[in-house]
Design a protein around this ligand. Structure first.
Ligand SMILES: [Zn+2]
Length: 217
């Protein structure tokens, strides 16, 4: 299928959706159309590196990459804060730590993955506590965008501060960047560690030390 045919197919799928469900969101429309654009771009990259986009192994690659990009960049279309909207009341004002949250993100400078773990802690205030899995959802949502590790770390801390209004938040992210491992200085296995601390974690060295000792064990 050439690109025009693909765009045509997108539009007819879209029309089907509108006719049969009676509704379609702006985001769905955007996703279908933008996938056609990604497909065209990938086709051009394959041609530019001297490959034959028609050969068997490659002929569906632009389609596959387009679908994959819709998934790995889906965080762009959502506000990670929605995962923290559902809170429950629990008179717990001690530190809550979720460590080793795995994530896969994409380096915005090279569009290759960086992969690692996030450790997230907060100290609730006013009994506002969230489900533990929701913190992992926040990490995943913010990771599914073209990212920098520094910004990923900061955004996780800031969204938790904003939504839960806790006494403090601490986030440590450790990751391997494939743009450093498979190209450039080629240092496989090296890890970049970033941290962001807010509230009590910033003010109190003792609180910070407790968090660091908890994520080490
Ligand atoms: Zn990079």
């Amino acid at each position: 299928m050439n690109n025009d045919a693909f765009v045509e197919k997108c539009y007819s799928e879209l029309e089907d959706k509108i006719t049969h469900s009676g509704m379609t969101t702006g985001f769905e429309v955007m996703q279908l159309i933008e996938q056609a654009k990604i497909r065209e771009a990938v086709l051009m990259i394959l041609e530019a590196i001297g490959e034959d986009p028609e050969r068997e192994g490659l002929k569906d690659t632009p389609d596959r990459v387009a679908r994959m990009y819709a998934e790995i960049f889906s965080g762009l279309a959502e506000d990670a804060g929605v995962y923290l909207e559902c809170v429950f009341t629990e008179e717990h004002e001690e530190m809550i730590v979720v460590k080793d949250i795995p994530f896969y993100s994409t380096c915005e400078h090279h569009l290759v993955p960086f992969i690692g773990k996030a450790h997230v802690a907060y100290i609730p205030a006013g009994g506002k506590v969230t489900g533990l899995s929701k913190l992992a959802r926040v990490v995943e949502s913010i990771a599914r965008r073209p990212q920098l590790q520094e910004r990923l770390t900061r955004e996780i801390a800031d969204v938790i501060m904003k939504k839960l209004n806790p006494q403090g938040v601490a986030v440590v992210v450790e990751a391997e960047h494939l743009c450093m491992s498979m190209r450039g200085i080629k240092k496989p296995g090296s890890k970049t560690v970033t941290s962001a601390v807010r509230g009590l974690f910033r003010k109190s060295a003792k609180t910070r030390a407790e968090f660091l000792s908890l994520i080490k064990t």
